[in-house]
Design a protein around this ligand. Structure first.
Ligand code: NAD
Ligand code: IPM
Ligand code: MG
Length: 362
C-alpha cells in the first residue's frame, strides 16, 4: 500500500526517538512491500523558533492531508518562561483539537524482560494488560482561562456529546478485549464528573449491554492501579485524570519511555506519539528509550493504515530486543545501558527474523 505519513519530531528527545521510529517504518515498508512517503514538519518549540507559532498553518494543513501523523514530543526550558506569549504545548493541544482526536488510547502491557525495572512487585505485574482511553479534546485543558494579578482560573467543562463519544469508543474497544470498562471520575466533588458518570452509565446500559461498566473515583484509582493492576481491562476517563494516571501506569511497564499512544477521532487521520515528554534532562545525549515511539509507529500501522500484521511484527521485534537484554538507561542496571541507536538496531535486527504473525505477504 501507499501511505502519506507526517513526522513531527518536535523538541528535546523528540527528534531522537522519531528518527528511530522512522527507521523502523522504512524497514517495514521495505520488508512487506509498502510505500510510505514521510514528510517532516515543525511543531512546538522548534516551530516557535522558526516561525513564531507553536503550530504553523503549514503543519496543520499537512497533517490534515496525511493518512497518519507520528510525533516525538514538545516543550523544554527554553520556552517555559511563564510570560512567554506562546508555549510549545499549545501547538500539541491545537493539533489534537484541530484534527478532532478526542480518544487517546494508551495501552499498558508490561514486558517480562522489563519487570525488574518496575518499582512494583513482579507478582502483581504478571499478566497485566490494560488500555486507558483518555478523553483528549475537552475538560480543563480547553476551558476558558483567566488571569489577573492575584487570581487565576481554568474552566473545566464537558458536554454530554463529548462524554458519549469517548465512552462509546472505550466500550467498543472493550468488546474486542475482556469486556470490562472502569470509568474514572471525581463525582463526589465535581459537577463535570457527575455528568460523566450519568452519561457513561446510560451509554453502557443502552448501547453495550454485553460490556460491564464500573465506576471508580480517581484518587482511589491511583492506588488500585498500583495495588491490583491485573484487575483492569479498559479504563476510560477525562483529559487530565488520564494524563496523570498514564504516567503512573508507565511504572507498571518499568519506564515512561516504553508507553505508546494513538489519538483517534472520526476522521481518517490519527496522531501517534509516545506518552512521555521532551525529557530535557537527557536530550541530545543519544540515550533516550525509543521503544514508546517505535510502539506508537506500530499503533499507526494498525489503526491508520490497517496493517495489523505488520504492527504485530513491530511489537514482536521490540519484545525480542528487550528479551535479548538490549535495554536503554531508564531500564538497565548502572553501566550496562544501550544507546538509542543500539536499541533501534536491535529492533531492526529482530524485524529481519521471521515474524510469528501469520498471513504476512513476505
Ligand atoms: N506529548 C508531549 O509532547 C509531552 C508529554 C509530556 C511532557 N511534555 C513536555 O516535556 C517537557 C518535560 O516534561 P517532564 O520532564 O515533566 O516530563 P518528561 O516525560 O519529558 O520526562 C520525565 C522523566 O522521564 C524521563 N523520560 C521521558 N521519556 C524518556 C525516554 N524516552 N527515555 C528515557 N527516559 C525518559 C525523563 O528523562 C525525565 O526524567 C515539558 O515541557 C512538558 O510540557 C510533552
Ligand atoms: C505536553 C502536554 C500538553 C501533554 C498533555 O498533558 O496532554 C502531555 O503531558 C501528554 O501526556 O501528552
Ligand atoms: Mg502527559
Amino acid at each position: 500500500m501507499h501511505a502519506e505519513i507526517v513526522v513531527l519530531p518536535g523538541d528535546g528527545i523528540g527528534p531522537e526517538v522519531t528518527a528511530a521510529a522512522v527507521e523502523v517504518l522504512r524497514a517495514v515498508a521495505r520488508r512487506y512491500h509498502h510505500r510510505f512517503t514521510l514528510h517532516e514538519h515543525l511543531i512546538g518549540g522548534a516551530a516557535i523558533d522558526a516561525t513564531g507559532e507553536a503550530l504553523p498553518e503549514a503543519t496543520l494543513a499537512a497533517c490534515r492531508r496525511a493518512d497518519a501523523v507520528l510525533l516525538g514530543a514538545v516543550g523544554g526550558p527554553k520556552w517555559s518562561d511563564p510570560k512567554a506569549p506562546v508555549r510549545p504545548e499549545q501547538g500539541l493541544l491545537a493539533l489534537r483539537k484541530g484534527l478532532g482526536l478526542y480518544a487517546n488510547l494508551r495501552p499498558v502491557q508490561p514486558h517480562a524482560a522489563t519487570l525488574g525495572a518496575s518499582p512494583i512487585k513482579p507478582h502483581l505485574l504478571a499478566g497485566v494488560d490494560l488500555l486507558v482511553v483518555r478523553e483528549l479534546t475537552g475538560g480543563i485543558y480547553f476551558g476558558d482561562k483567566q488571569r489577573s494579578a492575584d487570581r487565576a482560573s481554568d474552566l473545566c467543562e464537558y458536554s454530554v456529546a463529548e462524554i458519549e463519544r469517548v465512552v462509546r469508543r472505550a466500550c467498543a474497544l472493550a468488546r474486542g478485549r475482556r469486556g470490562q470498562v472502569v470509568s474514572v471520575d471525581k463525582a463526589n466533588v465535581l459537577e463535570t464528573s457527575r455528568l460523566w458518570r450519568e452519561t457513561a452509565t446510560r451509554v453502557a446500559r443502552e448501547e453495550f449491554p454485553d460490556v460491564t461498566l464500573e465506576h471508580q473515583l480517581v484518587d482511589s484509582m491511583a492506588m488500585h492501579l498500583i495495588a491490583k493492576p491485573r484487575a483492569f481491562d479498559v479504563i476510560v476517563t477525562e483529559n487530565m485524570f488520564g494524563d496523570i494516571l498514564t504516567d503512573e501506569a508507565s511504572m507498571l511497564a518499568g519506564s515512561l519511555g516504553l508507553l505508546p499512544s494513538a489519538s483517534l477521532g472520526e476522521g481518517k487521520v490519527g496522531l501517534y506519539e509516545p506518552i512521555h515528554g521532551s525529557a530535557p534532562d537527557i536530550a541530545g545525549r543519544g540515550i533516550a528509550n525509543p521503544c514508546g515511539t517505535i510502539l506508537s509507529a506500530a499503533l499507526l500501522l494498525r489503526h491508520s493504515l490497517g496493517l495489523a500484521d505488520e504492527a504485530a511484527c513491530v511489537e514482536q521485534a521490540v519484545a525480542g530486543a528487550l528479551e535479548r537484554g538490549v535495554l536503554s538507561a531508564d531500564l538497565a542496571p548502572e553501566g550496562r545501558a544501550a544507546t538509542t541507536a543500539e536499541v533501534t538496531a536491535a529492533v531492526l535486527a529482530q524485524l529481519e527474523l521471521p515474524c510469528q504473525v501469520a498471513e504476512l505477504r513476505d
